[in-house]
Ligand binder design. Structure first.
Ligand code: GLN
Length: 538
């Protein structure tokens, strides 16, 4: 079949969950046997979100091919089980960079380089890039930002042109918000009408409207919206608040979003999407009664999205373990050796988060010391793993000054040190050790048991590493380096075999956890936490 292009735009306000709607549609189309991918076009000038701090942009997601990406790509993978790459996330910055490079090379043959057609052509080329591989039936393109923003205009102009060129092989879904005014006890459709008008002004007629709402939108109100916006009444769909994002695909299917998209792109829908495994997951989620209590130690606890993939990976694992996840964030700046016991005693397991820089680092050491000494299941991820190594060096090996050269460049015991390949780099963007690398695990390790294999591949995002010179001393004192990169011999996993579950990974296993294929290491951690929970109860 010819590749179909679905564009998803948003209006009224941001944060409506375009990513979740795009992912839900992709999930349904995939369950109908189509080959689907989702890409996001972000209208900011940064080349990628790698240099943005979590206050600006939540978590930075990493693709297998080492691209620092918008966190929505995490949703795309979690909902579809399809790996994304660098091609799935393009920013205004990337578009301009490429056009300016071409201009400098003389590719435009003396022409004046303009937003239309040069920037828009470059956007269109990028929109079609994945489609041209022949690997996908559906390309869902999410346009970041809100209709009406100055920044998104070139993207919308490109969508307008593409819709014209592609005809029935394309479709536009517009997501808006229908606010409930409590004082008047009324849902209001005006913002939706205005937002559709703005879209029409730039020449785009949406085919489907998805209305975000906290209350059920009555049929006559949907009809009214349909009438005012030139959209078929059955193509006005509501997306009402649910207790889990993973229920959104089911809600969309109830209202036939997948069938509407198929019909409007010239395909006769046959049968039903196979959502069996997905429904089983939802069933487990809804029927879990007992909880597993996990503490997450990090410095961005007030930000909902800073540790998105970790939260989701813990949730997948807990759900499969038949438990409700009770995840409590503990600010690393508030923990010290005196209060660690008080703050951490109630947890069945503790995760020490990734991160950069000095702030909150002492709290991570204090938390890890308490967890290690009290034998609580503990999971250190990236900086969390590096902190495990430093804490062990200080309090077990007696190297009181041990540190990472990230925090203390001239430390006497640089148990964590800058990687050789990082030493000559001065640019910050896209220069870390990024993307998936192979790792070989010791057969008797907890990690190997968890994965059920000794050969794995996981994603990385770091500059510093375990210092090889100290390896024997750690091994002799009881911290085992059980995972290493087969080519470079970099240490990727450490464990204390004497403990219940004390594992640190230099990589980020959370990035590859999806609903249908949860991370084995997170599963093993949660199982250990559940066991510990039961032991404590006895
Ligand atoms: N700051 C550490 C490094 O660069 C860890 C990075 C992380 O946790 N993602 O190596």
């Amino acid at each position: 079949m010819e590749t179909k292009y679905i564009f998803v735009t948003g209006g009224v306000v941001s944060s409506l969950g375009k990513g979740i709607i795009s992912s839900s549609l992709a999930c349904l189309l995939k369950a109908r046997g189509y080959r689907v991918t989702i890409q996001k076009f972000d209208p900011y000038i940064n080349i990628d979100p790698g240099t943005l701090n979590p206050y600006e942009h939540g978590e930075c997601y990493v693709t297998v091919d080492g691209h620092e990406a918008d966190l929505d790509l995490g949703h795309y993978e979690r909902f579809t089980n399809v790996r994304t790459t660098r091609a799935n996330n393009v920013t205004t910055g990337r578009i301009y960079q490429s056009v300016i490079d071409k201009e400098r090379r003389g590719d435009y043959l003396g022409k004046t380089v303009q937003i239309v057609p040069h920037i828009t052509d470059e956007i269109k080329r990028n929109v079609k890039m994945l489609g041209n591989t022949g690997n996908f039936d559906f390309i869902i393109t999410e346009i970041g930002g809100t209709v009406g923003d100055i920044e998104s205009l070139p993207f919308l102009e490109s969508v307008r042109q593409l819709r014209w060129e592609l005809g029935q092989n394309s479709l536009c879904i517009h997501l808006t918000y229908v606010p409930y005014i409590a004082a008047a006890k009324e849902l209001k459709t005006k913002p939706t009408q205005h937002s559709v008008k703005s879209l029409q002004e730039v020449g785009i007629q949406p085919d489907v409207l998805v209305l975000r709402t906290e209350k059920d939108i009555p049929t006559d109100m949907r009809r009214k919206i349909a009438l005012f916006c030139n959209v078929a009444p059955d193509s006005v769909i509501q997306s009402i608040d649910v207790n889990s994002i993973y229920k959104v695909p089911l809600k969309m299917h109830e209202q036939h979003l997948d069938e509407i998209v198929l019909r409007k792109t010239g395909i006769t829908p046959e049968g039903e999407p196979d959502m069996g495994a997905w429904l089983e997951f939802i069933h487990k989620m809804d029927n879990a009664t007992e909880t597993v209590n996990i503490g997450l130690v990090g410095k961005y606890v007030e930000l909902q999205d800073a540790y998105k993939s970790i939260n989701e990976a813990l949730f997948h694992a807990s759900t499969y373990a038949g438990r409700k996840l009770n995840l409590v964030s503990i600010h690393s700046e508030k923990i010290n050796n005196e209060n660690a016991g008080e703050l951490l005693a109630g947890f069945d397991g503790v995760v020490v988060a990734p991160g950069f820089g000095q702030r909150g680092i002492d709290g991570k050491f204090a938390a890890l010391r308490w967890c290690r000494e009290n034998d609580v299941p503990t999971f250190g991820i990236c900086l969390g793993m590096q902190c495990m190594v430093i804490e062990f060096a200080r309090n077990v090996l007696g190297l009181t000054e041990a540190n990472s050269t990230e925090m203390s460049p001239h430390t006497a015991d640089n148990v964590i040190d800058l990687m050789e390949e990082q030493k000559s780099i001065s640019n910050l963007g896209g220069t870390m050790r990024l993307g998936a690398f192979d790792c070989v695990l010791r057969p008797e390790s907890l990690a190997a048991k968890a994965y059920g294999t000794t050969e794995i591949s996981e994603r990385h995002r770091h500059r510093f590493e375990f210092n090889e010179e100290y390896r024997t001393r750690f091994e002799e004192a009881g911290m085992a380096c059980v995972g290493e990169n087969p080519a470079t011999k970099l240490v990727e996993v450490v464990e204390i075999p004497d403990k219940r579950w004390y594992v640190g990974t230099q990589y980020h296993p959370e990035y590859s956890s999806t609903v249908l294929s949860p991370s084995p290491l997170f599963a093993s951690f949660i199982n250990a936490a559940v066991e510990y929970h039961n032991e404590k109860k006895k």
